[in-house]
Write a new protein. Structure first.
Length: 590
């Protein structure tokens, strides 16, 4: 009896407190833990495009509205209130195309693309050696790329002094590499520099003969200089071990740091192997993963991915497998090569190589193989994304998609044309007819236009044709292709991509009117293509990509309003805060 009376008393007290808490002017029972007030919030939601404030509880946005409305779901002493004083708040950026493992390796290791002199070369090598785990190999670099482009016939963006070819020797880097063996590449991968430690491991001495199709360069005393040409590099390469787990983890943490710095809270990653998938999972378990990953493996490995999903019993939701942090379901294929080495496939020859129209990617093109791979992977429920650069490559892909769509059972696919770089004028409307996503990287435009017309002449008019793709019905998706190629570094910073799409000018403002300016997009469109459209592309538009009550609290706060400032200020814009999963993962200056 006493127990029943006590329970009744507690129930009445609890009910009274609940009613009191819901009274006018009272604190909410479950307040926000973060409130952003006095801001300009671009929501990308039609029914409430702009707001003044928002509130976060846990992982989710719980209120979007005025500062007064948000303060009503806050509690003194509990809610962290951040007065943004008019700063712009956007959904967290989503990058549609990254090579995360390569980016981490480049950031932790060597990036010598813009280096073409001994002092900078040695300093970059010293800094990289200090970052790497003890004893790790120092590889990559690709020195001299920008200097080579600066020597070219078309030069709109070179910002370095053009000098003669720079050739380093092992004595330049031996004092700064410590216990790290080093094998550093020139941008064309035809010449490499090995330090003394690497030569010792490979057993290369003054008596070592040149291999077939290779050369070990020697000094005047007959000693190896460390420079290896052609096939001679294989004498060292065969001793380079794969990076250790500790190194891969350190590289991943550095890449995550760079992504946070620029407000990137999700990536669609070209994940090359299952070891990288496991690293993502490990980082998530250790609470170190500060972005969401939509991972895609190579198309020709789709059966391995299917078996991996079954082995780990990964649940399926929203046309992918996984959870809100790591999702599987995308596959990456290729039709052709790239413009940089004249391997993109065109109907007509290159303007500067009259006997060359480009080439198909061999792994995809035994007779009928691309069609079979797409057909079978589609039947298994995967999302197909295929690289196509030249106009003929894009035509081949569109024809293949259409054939598969006509033969396989109907479903919502959201397949992508990756890069969609040069489109034949007759093919723009096919994107809309087939319901395709154009997965483009606008920074490519202002980098490649240095030499695009030199190589393909008038066909450049339909290169990076953002407006034409939109008018053709494509769903536009923006990203970076971070970290780029052995000829160019593509930053993950979405603000540079927005600037490129809006101005179609180099970072120095050339050409003054923009390169084919009729293909520009607006700033708000570019933001949408870096956020909500990318969430749509991975079937996640219901949980992220815009600022709405109930969606994940992935946000970015900028130091200026890129919707209203002159476009030339966009590249100077800084990220003040990056929010991931409802918590601050980056704050400028900390």
């Amino acid at each position: 009896m006493r127990l029943r009376s006590l329970c009744l008393f507690l129930l009445l007290v609890g009910s009274g407190l609940s009613l009191l808490a819901q009274g006018q002017g009272s604190y909410p029972i479950r307040p926000a833990h973060i409130a952003l007030i006095n801001a300009k919030v671009l929501t990308l939601e039609e029914d409430q495009p702009l707001a003044q404030a928002l509130a976060i509880r846990g992982q989710r946005i719980i209120k979007v509205g005025t500062t007064e409305e948000v303060l009503q779901v806050s509690r003194e002493g509990f809610t962290r209130i951040i007065n943004l004083r008019g700063r712009l708040v956007l959904p967290g950026f989503i990058d549609n195309h990254t090579h995360f493992a390569s980016a981490g390796r480049l950031l932790l290791g060597l990036n010598l693309l813009d280096v073409n002199d001994p002092l900078n070369f040695r300093e970059h090598v010293r800094e990289a050696a200090e970052r790497l785990p003890p004893g790790a190999w120092l590889v990559g670099g690709d020195w001299g790329a920008y200097a080579q482009w600066a020597r070219g016939a078309v030069n709109r963006t070179a910002s370095i002094e053009v000098t003669e070819e720079f050739l380093p020797f092992k004595e330049l880097i031996d004092p700064v590499t410590g216990d790290h063996p080093a094998l550093i590449s020139r941008f064309d991968r035809q010449l490499f520099l090995a330090n003394s430690r690497a030569l010792e491991i490979a057993g290369i001495t003054a008596e070592t003969p040149d291999p077939e199709n290779g050369e070990i360069l020697h000094d005047s005393d007959g000693e190896p200089t460390g420079l290896l040409r052609g096939a001679a590099v294989e004498l060292v390469q065969k001793h380079v071990p794969p990076p250790s787990l500790a190194q891969r983890r350190a590289e991943a943490l550095r890449a995550l740091e760079e992504a946070r710095r620029w407000g990137v809270t999700s990536i669609h990653d070209n994940t090359s192997d299952f070891e990288q998938l496991q690293l993502f999972r490990d980082l998530k378990e250790e609470d170190e993963l500060t972005l969401r990953v939509w991972a895609r493996l190579p198309l020709h490995r789709w059966e391995e991915l299917r078996d991996y999903i079954r082995l780990w019993r990964i649940p399926r939701s929203s046309d992918a497998w996984g959870d809100q942090y790591i999702r599987l379901g995308g596959l990456k294929g290729w039709v052709d090569g790239i413009m940089g080495n004249h391997s993109a496939l065109f109907f007509e020859p290159y303007r500067d190589q009259s006997d060359n129209r480009g080439q198909l990617r061999e792994i995809m093109f035994p007779e009928g193989n691309l069609y079979r791979l797409i057909r079978d992977a589609d039947l298994a429920g995967f999302t197909i994304t295929v690289h196509a650069i030249g106009d003929q490559a894009n035509r081949i892909l569109l024809d293949t998609y259409q054939r598969v769509f006509e033969e396989n059972p109907e479903r919502e696919r959201r397949f992508r044309v990756v890069h969609a770089q040069v489109i034949h004028p007759e093919d723009f409307a096919r994107f809309g007819a087939l319901g395709l996503i154009a997965e483009v990287q606008p920074y490519h435009c202002i980098d490649d236009m240095r030499w695009m017309e030199e190589r393909i002449g008038p066909r450049a008019r339909t290169a990076y044709a953002f407006r034409s793709l939109i008018e053709g019905g494509a769903t536009m998706s923006f990203g970076s292709d971070w970290p780029g190629t052995n000829a160019s570094y593509y930053p993950i910073n979405p603000l540079l991509g927005i600037y490129a799409a809006v101005t179609r000018q180099t970072l120095t403002g050339e050409p003054p009117d923009g390169w084919f300016p009729q293909e520009r997009v607006s700033v708000e469109e570019a933001i949408r293509f870096f956020t909500l459209n990318n969430a749509y592309a991975s079937f996640e538009e219901n949980i992220k990509g815009s600022i709405k009550e109930g969606k994940l609290a992935d946000l970015v706060v900028l130091d200026r309003d890129i919707l209203t400032v002159p476009p030339e200020e966009i590249p100077e814009t800084q990220v003040l805060y990056t929010f991931f999963d409802g918590r601050i993962v980056y704050r400028k200056g900390q």
